[in-house]
Ligand binder design. Structure first.
Ligand SMILES: [Zn+2]
Length: 169
């Protein structure tokens, strides 16, 4: 359908197959988008330098059975933590433009607690949504809820499915 150019923060890059990558973006115009960078290694490596996590790049996306990244030019490099990028990647909905988050990204003032607050989950008044424990340690992306350490363990939730709340407050 479309062809879009937008500024985007690169959140994550996963290698797929021999020469493709799947790139996770938080874009100015479209919100969060996942797109493939395909093609010969040579071409990909040219793009690749502009698609490193924590870069803000001007990108061109073409919609073709999902999105393809066809062009990227790096504008600047930022210093967000792994957790901050993870909340953007796993805590936001796809294709929801978000002016507030985009401005915070540009000001380089984006914290985990700011984002959770923005989603409507103030960490200060939270409790584990599974057992009711006060001051839970984690935020669980899939359910968009807080969860305590014991429930994380009991339910076998791991890695990138959640973010630690405590150390980011
Ligand atoms: Zn619990």
């Amino acid at each position: 359908m479309g062809d879009y150019t937008t500024l985007a923060l690169i959140l994550d890059k996963e290698i797929i197959g021999e020469s493709d990558s799947e790139i996770h973006f938080f874009t100015e115009k479209l919100g969060r988008v996942t797109a493939r960078a395909i093609g010969a290694r040579k071409i990909l490596s040219k793009l690749s330098a502009h698609l490193e996590p924590n870069s803000v790049s001007f990108i061109r996306l073409v919609e073709k059975k999902g999105f393809l990244v066809t062009d990227a030019i790096k504008e600047k490099r930022l210093n967000f933590s792994f957790e901050e990028l993870l909340v953007l990647k796993n805590g936001t909905a796809e294709f929801e433009k978000d002016q507030f988050l985009w401005e915070k990204i540009n000001e380089e003032k984006l914290s985990v607690s700011d984002m959770l607050n923005h989603f409507g989950f103030n960490p200060k008044f939270s409790s584990c949504s599974f057992c009711g424990e006060e001051e839970p340690e984690f935020f669980y992306f899939k359910k968009h809820e807080y969860i305590c350490k014991r429930c994380v363990f009991n339910f076998g939730i791991q890695g990138e499915e959640m973010v630690s709340v405590k150390k980011n407050l």
